[in-house]
Structures are given as C-alpha cells and as structure tokens.
Design a protein around this ligand. Structure first.
Ligand code: CP3
Length: 335
C-alpha cells in the first residue's frame, strides 16, 4: 500500500489532503516534557527506544498521516567533528564553532557509524507503525547548519555566518559543501532504513540575498536531493517573492511558510506539489477559527499534490485540542 502522504508528494489527486505538523513530536505535548525531565536532549535523540516513544506521542493523540522521526538537524554536526548540546532556555550550543577560514575544512566521519541510532530508530518505527502511516526522515540544509557552526548557536539574523561569507567566501563554500556531502549521505541512509519521505530543512537560507542563495546554496540543494530514492520536501523560510528559486531545487514538494499565499504559490509553481502553510500562531485562536483557516488552506491548495502542514513548527504552548482540530479538518474533507 502506498501511503496517502507519498501519493500527494508525487502529485496525485487525493480524496483528502494528508496531514502532519513540523515539530509535532515536541514540547506542546505534556508527556514529552515528562520524558525530557528524565533524559537530556541528546540522550533522548540518541537512544532509539526513547526517541521512538517520543515520535509516537503525536500518533497516540492525532494519528497524523506522517510521523516525523524524533531527532534534530544538528545530529550531522558530529560526523564533521563539532560537539554540541541543547541548553534549556538558550537553545543549541556548538562547543567548538568555526572561528576562521581554516576551520571550514572538516574531518569526515561515516554517517552509518556515527548516526546509527537514527537507522535503529527508523527500523523500529517502520516495524511499529509503518503499515499505518508514512515515516518522515529529515536533515538540516547546509546554510542552516553553517549558521549554527559559525555562530556557535542561535544568532540574530544570522549575522555571523553572513559576515563569514563576506570575509571568507571560499571557506564559506567549503563549509557548505562539507555539510551538503554529509547531508546527502544521511538522507539516503534514512531512506535505506525505511523513511518513506524526507524533508530538507534549510530553514534560514532565506536570509541570504537572492544572488547568494543562487550561487552558494541552490546548487547544493539540487545535489543533495538529486536522485534520492524516496520523495523529498524542501523547506526554506522567507522565500515568498522568489518561489522560482525554491522550485529550481527540484524537490518533489515545496514546503511553504505562512507569508506565502497558497493560491499565488499554486499559480507560480504549476504542477509542483506543495506542503503547508497555516500560520502556527493561528492554533492559538478559537477552534472554530482553526477549522475555518485550515479549510481555507485546503481549498486554496486544491485536490492534487497537497500535504497539509503548518508554515513552520508547532509552537511549544499550543493547545493539544487545536492541533486535533487542525488534523481533523484535513481528515473530514471528502471530495
Ligand atoms: O518535527 C519534529 O517533531 C521532529 C523533530 C525536530 C526537532 N527539531 C526536535 C527538537 C525537527 C524536524 C527539528 C528541526 C530543527 N532543529 C530545525 C529546522 C526546522 C525549524 O523548525 O526551524 C532547527 C533550526 C533546529 C535546531 C534546533 N534544535 C532548535 C532551534 C531547537 C530549539 C531550541 C529551543 O530551546 O527553543 C532545537 C532543539 C529541539 N529540537 C527541540 C525539539 C523538540 C526542543 C528540545 C527541548 O527543549 O526539549
């Protein structure tokens, strides 16, 4: 049986849109917070049984059409010799960031060795729910990873990595391609271990000028996704007004943030399947509002090649009931 989500990713007409949420397995779920009281973030993602339990939390609550493996984009830092952790209240911290152009040349670990816990997790998920729902793998994109690697953590407007690009363009290129090589292997490794679909999160690459995106990042996005053995989704925020650049990536599906009008995107992207794009903050409205706005996205996207999702990750304080209303709205469509 081909999962509904995979069929939509291939551009097929579906009786209703498949639905999942970015960051669905996280802090908005009370049980997640209980599990995190017992394990550090890295323990949770690197222990397959714990990561599996967390991945399945949204399954128990909502039965979405896809389960995104519980992990993080930062896992690939390790094969490239970066140490990191997640500090509560601060976010990701890279302990040995890139300080100068010489740090852009990276040692190159083996994904299947260094990240074997991800393969184990995917195998367990496929065994448990692989017949019922699509298993979604993912990786960070080279620019977003480079932003953390250069700044050592979150940074305002990604100033440090943009400054690095200005001062050391060749080292910037070298660093991005080191990430791209690992990410390409990593996504194929996920597919080999049972991911039905993979999403490339280069969330922050939209802060680059169109010319820099075209020169430094677009060719790497193409390389990463070209010839992958499962359907792919590309997500970059703030690309409204230059959807042609996202289209050129060649992913099976373009994921849209909420600043893009779904109807306009459809007109611009032609037959390219799309994912999205409800404003995550809309889930803080009344349930009737959530249903109405969700329905508007579904109607604007039409019956062919649409995966319902938010325009970015679900916010940590989002009411479970609102997420349920969002998922149920997709499930109640009949066409
Ligand atoms: O979508 C899912 O449910 C699957 C898991 C997932 C996480 N992070 C879990 C997580 C995915 C797909 C990500 C992607 C991710 N991680 C991105 C790209 C997409 C996006 O949403 O922008 C980025 C930039 C990261 C880096 C990262 N990791 C950030 C910014 C944070 C949050 C830091 C903070 O404290 O706010 C993390 C940690 C993280 N990754 C958490 C979760 C559930 C929170 C950990 C916790 O505090 O328990």
């Amino acid at each position: 049986m081909t999962h509904l989500l995979v069929r939509a990713a291939r551009g097929e007409r579906t009786d209703r849109p498949p639905v999942w949420l970015m960051r669905q397995a996280g802090r908005h779920i009370p049980e997640y917070r209980e599990i995190r009281a017992e394990y550090s973030f890295r323990e949770a993602i690197e222990t397959p049984d714990v990561a599996k339990r967390i991945t399945l939390l949204p399954w128990d609550l909502y039965e979405p059409d896809g389960l995104v493996m519980f992990s993080d984009i930062l896992t690939v830092l390790e094969p490239l010799g970066f140490d990191y952790h997640i500090e509560s209240g601060v976010g990701p911290v890279v302990e040995n960031p890139v300080e100068g152009p010489d740090d852009a040349e990276r040692p190159r670990g083996d994904v299947a060795d260094d990240l074997s816990f991800v393969g184990d997790l995917l195998t367990k998920l496929v065994d448990e729910v692989g017949d019922e729902t699509a298993i979604i793998g993912f990786a960070g994109g080279p620019f977003t990873l480079a932003s953390y690697a250069v700044a050592g953590g979150a940074s305002r407007n990604h100033g440090p990595v943009r400054r690095f690009r200005a001062r050391h363009p060749e080292a910037f290129r070298t660093l991005l391609s080191a990430f791209a090589d690992v990410v390409r292997d990593y996504l194929e490794y996920q597919a080999a271990n049972g991911a039905d679909v993979v999403q490339l999160f280069d969330t922050y690459a939209g802060v680059l000028s169109p010319a820099d995106y075209r020169e430094f990042v677009l060719p790497l996005h193409r390389e990463i996704l070209d010839g992958l053995s499962v359907p792919s989704i590309v997500f970059v925020r703030n690309m409204g007004g230059r959807l042609d650049q996202l289209d050129a990536v060649g992913a099976d599906v373009v994921s849209l943030d909420w600043t893009v009008d779904m109807g306009d995107a459809r007109a611009e992207l032609g037959d390219r399947p799309v994912q999205g794009n409800l404003d995550p903050q809309y889930l803080f409205g009344e349930q009737s509002f959530v249903r109405e706005k969700t329905r508007e996205v579904i109607d604007a996207a039409g019956p062919r090649g649409h995966i319902l999702n938010l325009g970015h990750g679900v916010h940590r304080d989002t009411p479970v009931e609102s997420v349920r209303a969002f998922v149920e709205t997709a499930k109640s469509v009949e066409r």
